[in-house]
Unconditional design. Structure first.
Length: 268
């Protein structure tokens, strides 16, 4: 994550912690909510861990797949304490699915924190992969206060990783890495970071391994695009040949982390 963005988030959190009277004067629940969106491996979980470490709050990791109904979800929120960090990861997996036990209304009420009057000073964090596929009502201001994008790695992010993982601010192989990124190659920061960690004893070998992984990614993406074009062409041909209509193508379920201890909760 960019240093400027880290500083903005830190400043936002510090401002929230000092705002109890302000929230009370407005008649609002004293909470702050963050949406972290981007592909897997881009640092969302690491970011959450960093916030938890900074605030020294109790952390409640809510697993919606284990929640039986809206009442159960409400009870989970009521059982969280003041100074809590409440996390729901992969929220997009539970929105709009009829098979999901908590209803959309129940999830939205949870996000709004409307049942949390008995305890305050909460940070809520929700993660999703693709914000564009989420109903705008879920993401409206007041429900989600801060949106933070976690993109796949580009050359700038790569240089930050090379500096932090390998102690490199420059290297003769950097231009080659930049050139490959410019072709559209993509890897997550987690993937590149792991390559660097595995080869940390030899920075040059680490960079060569990153280059190899990026080249493989480029080749794989090209093969996928070619396969899709071939498949689409074949589909059109089949319809034309058959005279078909072209329109056919158209417990309680949380983990509480407290002072270095992790307890699986199922409180009654």
């Amino acid at each position: 994550m960019e240093t400027d963005l880290k500083n903005k988030v830190k400043s936002d959190l510090e401002s929230f912690l000092k705002s109890k009277q302000y929230y009370h004067r407005l008649g609002k629940v004293w909470k702050r909510s963050y949406l972290l969106y981007g592909p897997s491996g881009t640092g969302k979980s690491t970011f959450i861990a960093g916030i938890a470490s900074m605030l020294n709050y109790d952390v409640y990791d809510v697993d919606l797949s284990k929640v039986t109904d809206d009442s159960d979800l409400k009870l989970l929120l009521l059982q969280t304490t003041s100074k809590s960090l409440i996390v729901i990861e992969d929220l997009d997996c539970y929105l709009g699915e009829k098979s999901t036990a908590p209803s959309m209304s129940g999830i939205l009420n949870f996000m709004d924190g409307i049942f949390s009057c008995c305890a305050e000073e909460r940070i809520m964090i929700f993660t999703i992969n693709n914000k564009d596929q989420i109903d705008p009502t879920v993401l409206r201001p007041g429900r989600i206060d801060v949106h933070i994008h976690f993109p796949l790695c580009d050359f700038h992010a790569f240089k930050i990783l090379a500096n932090s993982h390998l102690g490199l601010k420059d290297h003769k192989l950097f231009p080659q890495v930049e050139e490959i990124f410019q072709t559209g190659a993509v890897l997550s920061p987690a993937e590149i970071g792991e390559i660097m960690i595995s080869n940390r004893s030899s920075p040059t070998r680490a960079l060569k391994s990153v280059i190899s992984a990026l080249q493989i990614n480029t080749e794989s993406r090209a093969a996928t695009r070619h396969a899709r074009r071939s498949s689409d062409t074949g589909s059109v041909k089949t319809v034309e040949e058959t005279g078909g209509d072209s329109g056919m193508l158209k417990g309680h379920q949380y983990r509480k982390v407290e002072c270095g201890r992790t307890n699986s909760g199922h409180n009654s």
